[in-house]
Structure formats: structure tokens, C-alpha cells
Ligand binder design. Structure first.
Ligand SMILES: [Fe+2]
Length: 481
């Protein structure tokens, strides 16, 4: 994060004597990025943070990517029984896609973390899908719940502790406790050492303040709170990820021993329900969903929203080639009926190189919709993504062929759907050129209501083009781009 905040006890100035109640100096630590020219924070420890006792190598986190010479759409299903509980909130992470810039994993932990963890290799964006708990960090405590993005910058020591799930309080679409004892999350992690933050275009260059056109702002962020300081002695393991390995270091005091800190580098939470979607008269491009960015990838939130309100608008995304990105979508909740076979916990991966767009039959079916209730998280990477064996094991091999159906079924049946009405294909073919979309757009720009000929070419204005269409509240299964 780029704006200043503070928590706990601080001396009046940096780098001056600041003493514990017993007269011993607190240990100041500057926690800095980009050679101390980027965001930094300054912490005051009860014990010197350098005082580690012993270390050992535990395991490698190096991923093996498969099918690097295969370019195709992918659908990986991780919901329900497909991802059984495993490990804890760190060892249970199952990486599905990645490259040299980021890794994407899902996690359904079977047990609580019995140690603290530091990712010294990259920033983490943990999207909590199900479950609640607390994330104790060296910079304070973050209570988390469903649909929270927890942003944990590189180097921050933390421990996720889940609440027990209560079978009597589970929602209709929540996984059962028998296969999800604590919760589930999606993890997007930087592999190139870059930092995850809000899109730069939403933040003032001089003050780092969120600008007025941003879909969220400072008030939507939840920053670390107390309890902050744990003054305990003993043997505390801290597992540190770096160099694609995890080592265990031992501290003889609690690693969360900071009494105060200030600066612009700290963990925080943003809940996806606090994202205010930017909507438009005509279809808005994917960047309006952007929530975070790092070097060579972005994270977007596709939230329930009003759909495009031009009377002739097409509500589902146009076919598109995102020539510089691979796109991965994680489906959180809503009805994904327009995407065949998609379910909660699905991930789809659409590689650069081939266009993608609406599934067969979804364009006409969406024309009268006014809202979408789908919720999804997208990660676009600017370099090709590769699957792991875990992704291939969960692969829906039929997905790439799911666009092969008839996109406009009326053509086969001799009928087509136009402006909310089904008409014989022959009539549609005779649709007068005066209502070519270009003419409609021109008329709209000039604020002129044109008496567009009706769908039967009789010269009667139809409801969609004269603006008299009844306001509806129907929802569309509009999938995110
Ligand atoms: Fe797309």
C-alpha cells in the first residue's frame, strides 16, 4: 500500500533512543523495498530481529510446468470433492498455473498452521472463498472472512488461524465441513519479486490518494489492528520461503514482537463486495474490473452489477483477442449457466493467440437482461501461463470444444431472435438497412429518437429502438471476459 499509517508505540523521531520499560533499547528495523526508495515501514521490536537460532531446509516449492508447447483453452474444476483437504494454509497450497511472474494456487487446508510463515520471495494475494479467521502478522491482526482479498507483502511474518466452521450456519452453496474443515482460498503470488498494489491510474501521483474515478478507496481497506505485540519466550519456528525453497528458522522469542510501526508498507484486506463496479451504456472493457496490479499481471474483480443500458446493447462480452495476455478466471458465486460445465471453484484459462467470447446461444439469450449476479476473480498475465500436473489432473477436456455449438440456434430452426422477439429468419434477412447499428448509434449521439422500422419491416417503431422498452430486472448469466 502506498499511503502512510501507524500502529502502536513510536518514538518522536526515527533512529533515536526508544527504550522498553526495563530500560533496554527497542530494536528498530527498517522494512524497505526497491533499495529503500520504494514504500517502507519502520518497526520497533522487543528483541533484535536478527537473533535467529538455527535453521534447516524443509522442502522445495519449485513448480514443474507441463504442456508448455500446448496452446488451448482449459477448464480446471477445484470445487467440492475435487480438492480434498490437505496440509495447512501453506503446505496445502496446490499450484495450478504459473510462469516466471506469478503463481496461482488453491488451498483447502486440513489443519491449522503450527508455525509462522514469511514469504520472502513475493507478495501474496489470498482470496478467501470460504471460512473465517484471523491473520496475525508482525504488523497487527487482520480478521478475515469470505470474499476478502488479503494482501500480504513480501517479508511480512504471519500466521493464518481459522475459526471452526459451524454446520448449522453454512450457506446453501458452501462446501460441507466434512470436505472443507476450515475454509478455502485462491492464492495469487508474485514470482518475479514485484509488489501487488492498486492500479496506478487510480492513485494520485503526488499524494498516493485514491482518485475519484477509482472503484474503491482508502475507506474500503481494512488495516492491521491490535493485538500487535506478543511478548513470549520459547522456541518459535518461522518458515521462510525464498529461492523456491522453504527453510525453517527458530526464534527464541515470539516473532510477532513489534510494539509499534509506521510507514507505507503493510498487509491489508479489501473485500470484493466493496468493489463498486464501473458500468456503462455500452459494454465496458475488462480493465474497469481491475483491482490490483503487479509487474506483468493484473487481478480483476467481476462483481454483481447493472448491465449495459443502451437499448441496443449486447450484454455479454464481444469476442475478443487479448493479444498480450493469458486470462484465468476463478468462479466464486452466482449462476454460471451461460458457461457450460462451469461451477463454483472452477478456473478457466484462455491463452493469448486465440480469440474467446460468448458461449453458443448466450448472446441472444442475454439481450433483455439488466443485471448480472456472477462473481469471479480474474488474473491476466502478460506472458504465457503454464499448467502444473495438478491442473491437468483436474482438467475438463471437453471445454475447448464448448464453442462448437450453434451460436445463433434460430438460424438452424428457421427463426431468429431480434430485439426480444422471435421471428422467421426470412424476415430478419429482409431487415431494412436503415436500422443498421451505425445508424442507430448516430441517432443516439444526436439525441434523436428515430422511428426505426419494426422487425417486420413495416415501419412501425419497435420498443427497443425508440427507448420505450420496459425497465426490467432480469439477470443474465454473463460471464466475465
Ligand atoms: Fe477475455
Amino acid at each position: 500500500m502506498a499511503y502512510y499509517t501507524k500502529l502502536g508505540l513510536l518514538p518522536q523521531k526515527r533512529h533515536v533512543q526508544f527504550r522498553r520499560p526495563d530500560g533496554v533499547l527497542y530494536s528498530e528495523e527498517l522494512f524497505g523495498t526497491e533499495g529503500f526508495t520504494g514504500p517502507t515501514s519502520t518497526m520497533y521490536h522487543i528483541h533484535p530481529p536478527t537473533q535467529v537460532a538455527g535453521w534447516k531446509h524443509l522442502y522445495t516449492t519449485k513448480q514443474e510446468y507441463l504442456e508448455q508447447n500446448v496452446m488451448r483453452m482449459r477448464h480446471v474444476m477445484t470445487g467440492g470433492q475435487k480438492s480434498p483437504p490437505k496440509g495447512d494454509a501453506v503446505t496445502g497450497r496446490v499450484v495450478l498455473f504459473g510462469n516466471s511472474d506469478c503463481e496461482m494456487a488453491v488451498c483447502n487446508p486440513a489443519e491449522q498452521m503450527q508455525y509462522h510463515f514469511k514469504n520472502a520471495q513475493g507478495d501474496e494475494c489470498i482470496f478467501i472463498h470460504f471460512g473465517t479467521g484471523v491473520c496475525h502478522t508482525m504488523m497487527g491482526t487482520l480478521k478475515f472472512g469470505p470474499k476478502d482479498y488479503i494482501i500480504i507483502p513480501k517479508g511480512v511474518i504471519y500466521k493464518l488461524t481459522w475459526d471452526k466452521r459451524d454446520a448449522s450456519k453454512l450457506g446453501a452453496n458452501e462446501p460441507g465441513i466434512e470436505n472443507t474443515p476450515f475454509g478455502r482460498f485462491l492464492l495469487i503470488e508474485t514470482a518475479n519479486g514485484s509488489h501487488i498494489g492498486p492500479p496506478r491510474r487510480y492513485v494520485a501521483k503526488e499524494t498516493s490518494q485514491f482518485l475519484e474515478h477509482a472503484p474503491y478507496c482508502e475507506r474500503d481497506l481494512r488495516l492491521p489492528e491490535t493485538p500487535l505485540t506478543f511478548d513470549e519466550k520459547g522456541d518459535f519456528p518461522v518458515r521462510i520461503k525464498a529461492r523456491d525453497m522453504v527453510h525453517e528458522y527458530i526464534y527464541h522469542y515470539h516473532p510477532l514482537d513489534v510494539v509499534g510501526w509506521d510507514g507505507c508498507y503493510y498487509p491489508y484486506i479489501f473485500n470484493i463486495d466493496d468493489f463498486s463496479p464501473i458500468t456503462g451504456k455500452l459494454h465496458m472493457p475488462p480493465p474497469i474490473h481491475q483491482t490490483f496490479e503487479a509487474h506483468n499481471f493484473v487481478i480483476c474483480s467481476f462483481c454483481p452489477r447493472m448491465l449495459d443500458y443502451h437499448p441496443q446493447s449486447i450484454k455479454v462480452p464481444y469476442n475478443h483477442s487479448n493479444l498480450d495476455s493469458d486470462e484465468v478466471l476463478y468462479y466464486v458465486e452466482g449462476n454460471f449457466g451461460s458457461r457450460k460445465g462451469i461451477e463454483v471453484g472452477s478456473l478457466t484459462a484462455h491463452p493469448q493467440g486465440i480469440p474467446h467470447g460468448p458461449h453458443p446461444g448466450t448472446v441472444e439469450a442475454s439481450l433483455t437482461a439488466t443485471h448480472t449476479a456472477e462473481l469471479a476473480v480474474m488474473c491476466d498475465t502478460f506472458r504465457p501461463l503454464f499448467p502444473t500436473k495438478a491442473a491437468i489432473d483436474l482438467d475438463d477436456s471437453k471445454y475447448p470444444a464448448s464453442w462448437q455449438g450453434e451460436h445463433f440456434p434460430g438460424l438452424a430452426s428457421g427463426k431468429v431472435h431480434l430485439n426480444g422477439a422471435t421471428v422467421p429468419a426470412a424476415s430478419a434477412a429482409a431487415f431494412p438497412k436503415e436500422v443498421h447499428p451505425v445508424n442507430i448509434i448516430k441517432a443516439d449521439i444526436n439525441s434523436t429518437v428515430i422511428p426505426a422500422p419494426g422487425i417486420n419491416g413495416s415501419g412501425e417503431a419497435n420498443s427497443a429502438t425508440n427507448g420505450s422498452a420496459k425497465p426490467g430486472t432480469s439477470t443474465a448469466n454473463v460471464w466475465a471476459p
